[in-house]
Design a protein around this ligand. Structure first.
Ligand code: IMP
Length: 429
Protein backbone atom coordinates (compact mmCIF):
# COMPACT_ATOMS: atom_id res chain seq x y z
CA UNK A 1 0.00 0.00 0.00
CA UNK A 2 1.53 3.30 -1.06
CA UNK A 3 1.49 6.62 0.69
CA UNK A 4 0.21 9.60 -1.28
CA UNK A 5 1.47 13.16 -1.71
CA UNK A 6 -0.95 15.79 -2.99
CA UNK A 7 0.43 18.93 -4.59
CA UNK A 8 -1.03 21.79 -6.63
CA UNK A 9 -0.13 21.74 -10.34
CA UNK A 10 -0.93 25.40 -11.12
CA UNK A 11 -0.82 28.52 -8.92
CA UNK A 12 -2.76 27.16 -5.97
CA UNK A 13 -6.46 27.07 -5.16
CA UNK A 14 -6.99 24.07 -7.42
CA UNK A 15 -9.53 22.57 -5.06
CA UNK A 16 -7.02 20.58 -3.02
CA UNK A 17 -9.26 20.76 0.07
CA UNK A 18 -11.91 18.46 -1.34
CA UNK A 19 -9.44 15.97 -2.80
CA UNK A 20 -7.31 15.91 0.34
CA UNK A 21 -10.39 15.43 2.49
CA UNK A 22 -11.51 12.55 0.26
CA UNK A 23 -8.08 10.92 0.49
CA UNK A 24 -7.76 11.69 4.21
CA UNK A 25 -10.73 9.48 4.91
CA UNK A 26 -8.64 6.60 3.51
CA UNK A 27 -5.41 7.58 5.32
CA UNK A 28 -4.18 7.10 8.89
CA UNK A 29 -2.02 10.22 9.16
CA UNK A 30 -2.11 13.52 7.29
CA UNK A 31 1.11 15.56 7.17
CA UNK A 32 1.68 19.17 6.16
CA UNK A 33 5.26 19.59 4.93
CA UNK A 34 5.61 23.21 3.71
CA UNK A 35 3.97 26.61 3.73
CA UNK A 36 2.12 28.06 6.66
CA UNK A 37 -1.13 29.84 7.31
CA UNK A 38 -0.94 31.40 3.85
CA UNK A 39 -2.75 28.28 2.63
CA UNK A 40 -6.52 28.03 2.64
CA UNK A 41 -8.27 24.71 2.36
CA UNK A 42 -12.05 24.66 2.39
CA UNK A 43 -13.65 21.39 3.40
CA UNK A 44 -17.39 20.85 3.15
CA UNK A 45 -18.49 17.96 5.35
CA UNK A 46 -22.22 17.51 5.76
CA UNK A 47 -23.62 20.90 6.73
CA UNK A 48 -20.31 22.15 8.16
CA UNK A 49 -17.74 24.16 6.21
CA UNK A 50 -14.24 24.09 7.68
CA UNK A 51 -11.69 26.65 6.58
CA UNK A 52 -8.24 25.38 7.43
CA UNK A 53 -5.02 27.29 6.98
CA UNK A 54 -2.40 25.55 9.04
CA UNK A 55 -4.06 22.44 10.44
CA UNK A 56 -3.72 19.26 8.38
CA UNK A 57 -7.05 18.42 6.74
CA UNK A 58 -7.15 14.91 8.19
CA UNK A 59 -8.26 16.33 11.55
CA UNK A 60 -11.72 16.82 10.07
CA UNK A 61 -11.86 13.05 9.50
CA UNK A 62 -10.58 12.23 12.97
CA UNK A 63 -7.14 11.28 11.62
CA UNK A 64 -3.83 12.16 13.22
CA UNK A 65 -2.59 15.50 11.88
CA UNK A 66 1.13 16.26 11.72
CA UNK A 67 2.73 19.65 11.06
CA UNK A 68 6.17 18.86 9.68
CA UNK A 69 9.46 20.69 10.09
CA UNK A 70 9.09 22.25 6.63
CA UNK A 71 6.10 24.30 7.76
CA UNK A 72 6.41 27.80 9.21
CA UNK A 73 4.13 27.98 12.24
CA UNK A 74 2.55 31.15 13.55
CA UNK A 75 1.73 30.02 17.10
CA UNK A 76 -1.01 32.61 17.57
CA UNK A 77 -2.66 31.65 14.26
CA UNK A 78 -2.35 27.98 15.19
CA UNK A 79 -4.06 28.44 18.55
CA UNK A 80 -6.78 30.60 16.98
CA UNK A 81 -7.44 28.01 14.31
CA UNK A 82 -7.60 25.25 16.89
CA UNK A 83 -10.11 27.28 18.91
CA UNK A 84 -12.18 27.97 15.80
CA UNK A 85 -12.48 24.35 14.69
CA UNK A 86 -13.06 23.19 18.26
CA UNK A 87 -16.04 25.55 18.34
CA UNK A 88 -17.29 23.69 15.26
CA UNK A 89 -17.08 20.41 17.16
CA UNK A 90 -13.68 19.02 16.08
CA UNK A 91 -11.44 17.38 18.64
CA UNK A 92 -7.93 18.83 18.52
CA UNK A 93 -5.63 17.66 21.31
CA UNK A 94 -2.01 16.53 21.55
CA UNK A 95 -3.40 13.06 20.75
CA UNK A 96 -4.72 14.18 17.38
CA UNK A 97 -2.20 16.88 16.41
CA UNK A 98 1.61 16.74 16.52
CA UNK A 99 3.93 19.58 15.57
CA UNK A 100 7.58 19.08 14.62
CA UNK A 101 9.81 20.38 17.38
CA UNK A 102 12.15 21.73 14.70
CA UNK A 103 9.48 23.68 12.79
CA UNK A 104 10.15 27.41 12.40
CA UNK A 105 8.01 29.96 14.23
CA UNK A 106 6.48 32.98 12.57
CA UNK A 107 6.62 35.98 14.91
CA UNK A 108 4.68 39.25 14.70
CA UNK A 109 7.77 40.95 13.25
CA UNK A 110 7.65 38.67 10.20
CA UNK A 111 4.20 39.87 9.19
CA UNK A 112 5.32 43.47 9.85
CA UNK A 113 8.33 43.07 7.52
CA UNK A 114 6.22 41.27 4.90
CA UNK A 115 3.67 44.10 4.80
CA UNK A 116 6.22 46.92 4.99
CA UNK A 117 8.22 45.50 2.08
CA UNK A 118 5.15 44.94 -0.04
CA UNK A 119 4.05 48.53 0.57
CA UNK A 120 7.49 49.79 -0.56
CA UNK A 121 7.39 47.64 -3.69
CA UNK A 122 4.31 49.53 -4.90
CA UNK A 123 3.45 48.49 -8.46
CA UNK A 124 5.97 45.68 -8.33
CA UNK A 125 4.54 44.02 -5.25
CA UNK A 126 4.43 40.23 -5.15
CA UNK A 127 0.93 40.22 -3.74
CA UNK A 128 1.86 38.12 -0.70
CA UNK A 129 -0.71 37.11 1.88
CA UNK A 130 1.06 39.45 4.32
CA UNK A 131 1.36 36.70 6.90
CA UNK A 132 5.12 36.73 7.30
CA UNK A 133 5.76 33.51 5.37
CA UNK A 134 8.68 34.80 3.29
CA UNK A 135 10.52 36.57 6.14
CA UNK A 136 10.19 33.46 8.36
CA UNK A 137 11.75 31.22 5.70
CA UNK A 138 14.48 33.82 5.18
CA UNK A 139 15.33 33.57 8.89
CA UNK A 140 15.41 29.80 8.63
CA UNK A 141 18.07 29.71 5.93
CA UNK A 142 19.91 32.58 7.60
CA UNK A 143 20.11 30.34 10.72
CA UNK A 144 18.59 32.88 13.07
CA UNK A 145 14.99 31.58 13.24
CA UNK A 146 13.24 30.65 16.46
CA UNK A 147 11.93 27.10 16.40
CA UNK A 148 9.13 25.38 18.29
CA UNK A 149 11.61 23.59 20.56
CA UNK A 150 13.15 26.92 21.63
CA UNK A 151 9.95 27.70 23.52
CA UNK A 152 11.12 25.21 26.15
CA UNK A 153 14.42 27.06 26.68
CA UNK A 154 14.01 30.65 27.89
CA UNK A 155 17.76 31.30 27.68
CA UNK A 156 17.96 30.14 24.10
CA UNK A 157 14.97 32.31 23.28
CA UNK A 158 16.61 35.29 24.90
CA UNK A 159 19.87 35.20 22.95
CA UNK A 160 18.15 34.25 19.70
CA UNK A 161 15.86 37.25 20.08
CA UNK A 162 18.90 39.50 20.40
CA UNK A 163 20.19 38.41 17.01
CA UNK A 164 16.76 38.42 15.44
CA UNK A 165 15.95 41.92 16.61
CA UNK A 166 19.32 43.30 15.61
CA UNK A 167 18.51 42.22 12.08
CA UNK A 168 14.81 42.98 11.90
CA UNK A 169 14.68 46.24 13.82
CA UNK A 170 17.41 47.64 11.57
CA UNK A 171 15.36 46.64 8.57
CA UNK A 172 12.06 47.86 9.99
CA UNK A 173 13.59 51.21 10.84
CA UNK A 174 14.92 51.53 7.30
CA UNK A 175 11.46 50.79 5.95
CA UNK A 176 9.95 53.42 8.22
CA UNK A 177 7.92 50.81 10.10
CA UNK A 178 7.61 50.36 13.87
CA UNK A 179 10.24 48.31 15.70
CA UNK A 180 9.86 45.50 18.26
CA UNK A 181 10.96 45.38 21.85
CA UNK A 182 12.79 42.32 23.16
CA UNK A 183 11.12 41.92 26.54
CA UNK A 184 7.63 42.17 25.06
CA UNK A 185 8.46 39.49 22.46
CA UNK A 186 10.06 37.26 25.06
CA UNK A 187 7.01 37.55 27.32
CA UNK A 188 4.75 36.86 24.35
CA UNK A 189 6.65 33.66 23.47
CA UNK A 190 6.93 32.45 27.05
CA UNK A 191 3.18 32.91 27.48
CA UNK A 192 2.56 30.84 24.35
CA UNK A 193 5.01 28.10 25.31
CA UNK A 194 2.73 26.05 27.62
CA UNK A 195 0.00 26.08 24.99
CA UNK A 196 2.22 25.01 22.07
CA UNK A 197 4.76 22.65 23.65
CA UNK A 198 2.28 19.84 24.45
CA UNK A 199 1.88 19.39 20.68
CA UNK A 200 5.64 19.34 19.97
CA UNK A 201 7.74 16.25 19.34
CA UNK A 202 10.30 14.81 16.91
CA UNK A 203 7.63 13.90 14.34
CA UNK A 204 10.17 12.09 12.16
CA UNK A 205 10.26 9.34 14.81
CA UNK A 206 6.48 8.93 14.79
CA UNK A 207 6.39 8.93 10.98
CA UNK A 208 9.13 6.33 10.84
CA UNK A 209 7.20 4.07 13.19
CA UNK A 210 3.99 4.62 11.22
CA UNK A 211 5.74 3.81 7.96
CA UNK A 212 7.20 0.61 9.34
CA UNK A 213 3.82 -0.41 10.73
CA UNK A 214 2.31 0.00 7.25
CA UNK A 215 0.10 2.94 8.19
CA UNK A 216 -1.11 5.09 5.30
CA UNK A 217 0.41 8.55 5.23
CA UNK A 218 -1.03 11.40 3.21
CA UNK A 219 1.32 14.33 2.55
CA UNK A 220 -0.77 17.46 2.10
CA UNK A 221 0.88 20.10 -0.05
CA UNK A 222 -0.05 23.76 0.09
CA UNK A 223 0.23 26.35 -2.72
CA UNK A 224 1.45 24.78 -5.97
CA UNK A 225 4.33 24.02 -8.32
CA UNK A 226 4.12 27.35 -10.17
CA UNK A 227 4.50 29.10 -6.79
CA UNK A 228 7.53 26.96 -5.90
CA UNK A 229 10.54 29.03 -4.86
CA UNK A 230 12.77 27.27 -7.44
CA UNK A 231 10.44 26.14 -10.18
CA UNK A 232 7.69 28.74 -10.07
CA UNK A 233 7.32 32.15 -11.68
CA UNK A 234 10.10 33.64 -9.52
CA UNK A 235 10.04 36.14 -7.84
CA UNK A 236 6.23 35.97 -7.91
CA UNK A 237 6.21 32.82 -5.82
CA UNK A 238 5.88 31.73 -2.24
CA UNK A 239 9.03 31.05 -0.21
CA UNK A 240 8.82 27.28 0.16
CA UNK A 241 9.48 24.26 -1.97
CA UNK A 242 6.06 23.00 -3.06
CA UNK A 243 7.17 20.03 -5.17
CA UNK A 244 6.64 16.44 -4.04
CA UNK A 245 10.36 15.97 -3.37
CA UNK A 246 9.98 18.29 -0.41
CA UNK A 247 7.30 16.10 1.17
CA UNK A 248 10.22 13.98 2.38
CA UNK A 249 12.50 16.79 3.57
CA UNK A 250 9.65 18.80 5.05
CA UNK A 251 8.36 15.87 7.10
CA UNK A 252 11.61 14.11 8.00
CA UNK A 253 11.13 10.89 6.05
CA UNK A 254 13.00 9.28 3.15
CA UNK A 255 12.01 10.05 -0.46
CA UNK A 256 10.94 6.45 -1.10
CA UNK A 257 8.19 6.85 1.55
CA UNK A 258 6.41 9.66 -0.27
CA UNK A 259 4.55 7.25 -2.54
CA UNK A 260 2.17 8.19 -5.30
CA UNK A 261 2.24 11.86 -6.30
CA UNK A 262 -1.15 13.28 -7.16
CA UNK A 263 -1.21 16.73 -8.77
CA UNK A 264 -4.35 18.82 -8.54
CA UNK A 265 -5.34 21.01 -11.47
CA UNK A 266 -8.45 22.98 -12.28
CA UNK A 267 -10.01 22.47 -15.70
CA UNK A 268 -9.08 26.14 -16.29
CA UNK A 269 -6.50 28.35 -14.56
CA UNK A 270 -6.58 30.88 -11.73
CA UNK A 271 -4.02 32.91 -9.86
CA UNK A 272 -4.08 35.33 -6.92
CA UNK A 273 -1.39 37.92 -6.38
CA UNK A 274 0.87 39.39 -9.02
CA UNK A 275 3.04 37.77 -11.65
CA UNK A 276 2.90 36.35 -15.15
CA UNK A 277 -0.22 34.49 -16.25
CA UNK A 278 -0.06 33.85 -20.01
CA UNK A 279 -3.62 32.52 -20.45
CA UNK A 280 -5.30 35.18 -18.29
CA UNK A 281 -8.63 36.39 -19.66
CA UNK A 282 -9.78 39.98 -19.30
CA UNK A 283 -13.07 39.46 -21.14
CA UNK A 284 -16.55 38.20 -20.24
CA UNK A 285 -15.38 34.56 -20.29
CA UNK A 286 -12.82 35.38 -17.58
CA UNK A 287 -15.53 37.07 -15.53
CA UNK A 288 -17.86 34.11 -16.04
CA UNK A 289 -15.23 31.64 -14.84
CA UNK A 290 -14.62 33.77 -11.74
CA UNK A 291 -18.32 34.04 -10.96
CA UNK A 292 -19.25 30.43 -11.60
CA UNK A 293 -16.14 29.07 -9.94
CA UNK A 294 -16.56 31.35 -6.87
CA UNK A 295 -12.99 32.43 -7.42
CA UNK A 296 -12.14 34.40 -4.31
CA UNK A 297 -9.10 33.66 -2.12
CA UNK A 298 -9.88 31.58 0.98
CA UNK A 299 -7.26 33.40 3.06
CA UNK A 300 -7.42 36.96 1.78
CA UNK A 301 -10.79 37.11 0.00
CA UNK A 302 -9.09 38.64 -3.04
CA UNK A 303 -10.76 37.94 -6.42
CA UNK A 304 -8.69 35.42 -8.36
CA UNK A 305 -7.48 36.12 -11.89
CA UNK A 306 -8.97 33.57 -14.33
CA UNK A 307 -7.93 32.11 -17.68
CA UNK A 308 -7.90 29.12 -20.01
CA UNK A 309 -6.27 25.81 -19.11
CA UNK A 310 -2.53 26.07 -19.69
CA UNK A 311 -1.37 22.58 -20.65
CA UNK A 312 2.16 23.81 -21.29
CA UNK A 313 2.49 24.98 -17.72
CA UNK A 314 0.82 21.94 -16.18
CA UNK A 315 3.07 19.65 -18.24
CA UNK A 316 6.04 21.48 -16.74
CA UNK A 317 4.54 21.10 -13.25
CA UNK A 318 4.06 17.38 -13.90
CA UNK A 319 7.76 17.04 -14.76
CA UNK A 320 9.36 19.16 -12.05
CA UNK A 321 6.81 18.26 -9.37
CA UNK A 322 7.04 14.50 -9.92
CA UNK A 323 3.29 14.21 -10.61
CA UNK A 324 2.16 10.70 -11.55
CA UNK A 325 -1.56 11.32 -11.82
CA UNK A 326 -3.83 14.33 -11.98
CA UNK A 327 -6.97 15.16 -10.08
CA UNK A 328 -8.88 17.47 -12.38
CA UNK A 329 -11.34 19.74 -10.60
CA UNK A 330 -14.15 22.16 -11.47
CA UNK A 331 -14.90 20.78 -14.92
CA UNK A 332 -18.52 21.82 -14.35
CA UNK A 333 -17.50 25.50 -14.42
CA UNK A 334 -16.92 25.07 -18.18
CA UNK A 335 -20.42 23.65 -18.82
CA UNK A 336 -22.21 25.40 -21.66
CA UNK A 337 -19.28 27.38 -23.03
CA UNK A 338 -19.47 27.15 -26.84
CA UNK A 339 -15.71 26.76 -27.28
CA UNK A 340 -12.74 26.12 -25.05
CA UNK A 341 -9.09 26.97 -25.50
CA UNK A 342 -6.08 25.08 -24.24
CA UNK A 343 -2.61 26.58 -24.27
CA UNK A 344 -0.21 24.22 -26.09
CA UNK A 345 2.89 26.42 -26.20
CA UNK A 346 4.09 30.03 -25.99
CA UNK A 347 5.22 32.57 -28.49
CA UNK A 348 8.00 34.58 -26.87
CA UNK A 349 9.30 37.40 -29.05
CA UNK A 350 8.60 35.41 -32.20
CA UNK A 351 10.07 32.11 -30.98
CA UNK A 352 8.00 29.08 -29.99
CA UNK A 353 8.52 27.50 -26.57
CA UNK A 354 6.98 24.30 -25.19
CA UNK A 355 7.79 25.37 -21.62
CA UNK A 356 7.83 28.56 -19.58
CA UNK A 357 11.44 29.80 -19.46
CA UNK A 358 12.84 31.01 -16.14
CA UNK A 359 13.68 34.61 -17.05
CA UNK A 360 11.24 37.27 -15.84
CA UNK A 361 11.20 39.18 -19.11
CA UNK A 362 10.52 36.04 -21.14
CA UNK A 363 7.72 35.02 -18.79
CA UNK A 364 6.10 38.43 -19.06
CA UNK A 365 6.32 38.28 -22.86
CA UNK A 366 4.90 34.74 -23.18
CA UNK A 367 1.83 34.77 -25.44
CA UNK A 368 -0.19 31.58 -25.46
CA UNK A 369 -0.56 29.45 -28.57
CA UNK A 370 -4.03 27.96 -28.37
CA UNK A 371 -5.76 24.87 -29.58
CA UNK A 372 -9.52 25.40 -29.74
CA UNK A 373 -12.02 22.71 -28.84
CA UNK A 374 -15.77 22.58 -29.10
CA UNK A 375 -17.56 22.94 -25.76
CA UNK A 376 -20.50 20.84 -24.55
CA UNK A 377 -24.10 21.72 -23.95
CA UNK A 378 -24.97 19.16 -21.27
CA UNK A 379 -24.02 19.29 -17.61
CA UNK A 380 -21.04 17.61 -16.02
CA UNK A 381 -22.05 18.68 -12.53
CA UNK A 382 -22.28 15.87 -10.05
CA UNK A 383 -21.27 13.19 -12.58
CA UNK A 384 -19.90 10.08 -10.90
CA UNK A 385 -19.15 7.97 -14.00
CA UNK A 386 -17.54 8.70 -17.36
CA UNK A 387 -20.80 7.63 -18.98
CA UNK A 388 -22.61 10.48 -17.23
CA UNK A 389 -20.37 13.08 -18.92
CA UNK A 390 -21.14 14.70 -22.29
CA UNK A 391 -18.91 13.11 -24.96
CA UNK A 392 -17.21 16.44 -25.69
CA UNK A 393 -16.30 16.86 -22.01
CA UNK A 394 -14.61 13.45 -22.06
CA UNK A 395 -12.68 14.56 -25.19
CA UNK A 396 -11.53 17.70 -23.36
CA UNK A 397 -10.25 15.64 -20.43
CA UNK A 398 -8.51 13.14 -22.74
CA UNK A 399 -6.80 15.96 -24.63
CA UNK A 400 -5.54 17.41 -21.36
CA UNK A 401 -4.10 14.01 -20.38
CA UNK A 402 -2.25 13.81 -23.71
CA UNK A 403 -0.88 17.31 -23.52
CA UNK A 404 0.28 17.27 -19.91
CA UNK A 405 1.64 13.73 -20.21
CA UNK A 406 -0.10 12.45 -17.08
CA UNK A 407 -3.28 10.41 -16.64
CA UNK A 408 -6.35 11.79 -14.90
CA UNK A 409 -6.62 9.70 -11.73
CA UNK A 410 -9.56 11.57 -10.22
CA UNK A 411 -12.15 13.85 -11.74
CA UNK A 412 -14.08 16.11 -9.40
CA UNK A 413 -17.43 17.31 -10.69
CA UNK A 414 -18.82 19.41 -7.82
CA UNK A 415 -17.76 20.61 -4.36
CA UNK A 416 -19.59 17.60 -2.87
CA UNK A 417 -17.17 15.00 -1.66
CA UNK A 418 -18.80 12.06 -3.44
CA UNK A 419 -19.15 13.80 -6.81
CA UNK A 420 -15.86 12.33 -7.94
CA UNK A 421 -14.95 9.89 -10.68
CA UNK A 422 -12.12 7.69 -9.45
CA UNK A 423 -10.11 6.14 -12.23
CA UNK A 424 -7.58 4.70 -9.82
CA UNK A 425 -7.17 4.70 -6.04
CA UNK A 426 -3.96 6.70 -5.45
CA UNK A 427 -3.26 4.60 -2.34
CA UNK A 428 -2.93 1.56 -4.60
CA UNK A 429 0.27 3.20 -5.86
P1 IMP B 1 3.21 34.39 0.45
O1 IMP B 1 3.16 32.90 0.43
O2 IMP B 1 2.25 35.01 1.43
O3 IMP B 1 4.60 34.94 0.58
O4 IMP B 1 2.69 34.93 -0.99
C1 IMP B 1 3.46 34.72 -2.17
C2 IMP B 1 2.56 34.41 -3.36
O5 IMP B 1 1.95 33.14 -3.18
C3 IMP B 1 1.42 35.40 -3.55
O6 IMP B 1 1.17 35.54 -4.95
C4 IMP B 1 0.25 34.71 -2.90
O7 IMP B 1 -0.99 35.14 -3.42
C5 IMP B 1 0.53 33.27 -3.27
N1 IMP B 1 -0.07 32.29 -2.36
C6 IMP B 1 0.35 31.98 -1.11
N2 IMP B 1 -0.45 31.03 -0.58
C7 IMP B 1 -1.36 30.72 -1.51
C8 IMP B 1 -2.44 29.76 -1.58
O8 IMP B 1 -2.71 28.98 -0.65
N3 IMP B 1 -3.15 29.75 -2.74
C9 IMP B 1 -2.85 30.55 -3.79
N4 IMP B 1 -1.86 31.43 -3.78
C10 IMP B 1 -1.12 31.52 -2.66
Amino acid sequence: MANVAVIGAQWGDEGKGKVVDWLASRADIVVRFQGGHNAGHTLVVGNQTYKLSLLPSGLVRGKLGVIGNGVVVDPVALLEEIARVRAQGLIVTPDTLRVAENAILILPLHAAIDKAREAKRGERKIGTTGRGIGPAYEDKVARRAIRVCDLAEPETLSFKLDELLLHHNTLLQGLGAGTFEKQALLDHLLALAPQILPFAEPVWERLDQARRAGRRILFEGAQAVMLDVDHGTYPYVTSSSTVAGNAAGGAGIGPHAVGFVLGIAKAYTTRVGSGPFPTELFDDVGKLLGKRGHEFGTVTGRPRRCGWFDATMVRQAVKVGGIQGLALTKLDVLDGLPELKICVGYDINGKRFNYLPAAMGAQAAATPIYETMEGWSGSTQGARTWGALPAQAVKYVRRIEELVEAPVTLLSTSPERDDTIMVKDPFEG
